[in-house]
Design a protein around this ligand. Sequence first.
Ligand code: G3I
Length: 377
Amino acid sequence: MRSIIVPLIILVALGLPADADPQQQPSLKDAYKGRFLVGAALNASVFTGSDARDAEIVKAQFNAITPENVLKWEKVHPEPGRYDFDLPDQYVAFGEKNHMFIVGHTLVWHQQTPKWVFEDAKGNPLGRDALLKRMHDHIATVVGRYKGRIKGWDVVNEALDDDGTLRQTPWLKIIGEDYIAKAFEFAHEADPKAELYYNDYSLPNKAKLHGAIELIRKLKAEGVPITGVGFQGHYKMDWPSADDLDAAITAIAKLGVKVMITELDIDVLPPAMQYRGADVSLNVKLQPQLNPYPNGLPDSVQQKLAKRYADLFRVFLKHREDISRVTFWGVTDASSWLNNWPVKGRTSYPLLFDRDGRAKPAFDAVIKVARGASAAK
Ligand code: G3I
């Protein structure tokens, strides 16, 4: 009797429903063992210990982690010469303690990078050499601190526009096209053994895919130390099609780089606009018709989401030789960024665990896909 009561007390203390014992559930990491790692993006509450429930889910289910925000430039290097490693240190310690593959996100991005990075002390635009030096010092300091511990870095994030051309960011405008190659070289210099990734969204779209192929081909031809390409995977119920995703993974893998799905979630809410990417600068006003499930997801939609997840995981499994990791962008629906983008204050349902930390039908569907493949072997 005692053996049942004690775990029940622990579950209640963690805020988990009594039937959601993470130890009793099948796990994503075991189901996909030998195929690819399964990861989650963590916000600080998970690895600082203030969200014990989500931490338990992460330990039971995932073998790879990505920091949702704490290693972005504005957080880790908020002012010239001042780095804040308190939270990143806790993030890395959490991953090591739990024997996880630890990812760094992200070194060079146009978002969440303070304005001062691109300006001199008087507020004038920096020149190429000065910005390259700043980029070098940032990468050397941040990657260098976690050398041998953070195993893979999103080195350059979202450098392409939706039409496949290079995005007009301050990095591009000040340094020129080789800012991407330089970022990879600096990261390699700081930790020669770390895997180095280019990471972007909407890669299954034709124009962007072609742009990415050109970019990766060029970097490889120049001998730039790039290991992999991250498909962010912020997907919708009707986009991308499994066929387009399949074709895009094939096309990128052919270039001789690893592929990973780095920020997976599936948005079931009505579109707030035509745009289907993940540009964080967009925002739309909250209206009731844009938030149709404030009190829970109807079973019919729950089942559709489960089927959609199963369809995507079938594609990932098919490419298991090329895909090294599939990472979800968050742990439960409660903390997903999609509750606040592109509309602030919606109730979103994009992940495999619900607001109470319970596994959703989509979780069972994803486990079933792995088991189906095992049975077929
Ligand atoms: O930390 C501040 C806090 O001090 C302040 O009180 C609060 C007020 O709004 O804001 C907090 O910062 C927020 C931060 O998340 C941490 O919660 C920012 O406003 C908010 O813009 C930021 O959003 C993040 C977004 O990237 C922009 O950095 C999301 O959490 C994060 O999920 C999202 O992740 C990106 C990937 O890095 C790249 N690919 C797309 C993906 C989804 O947008």
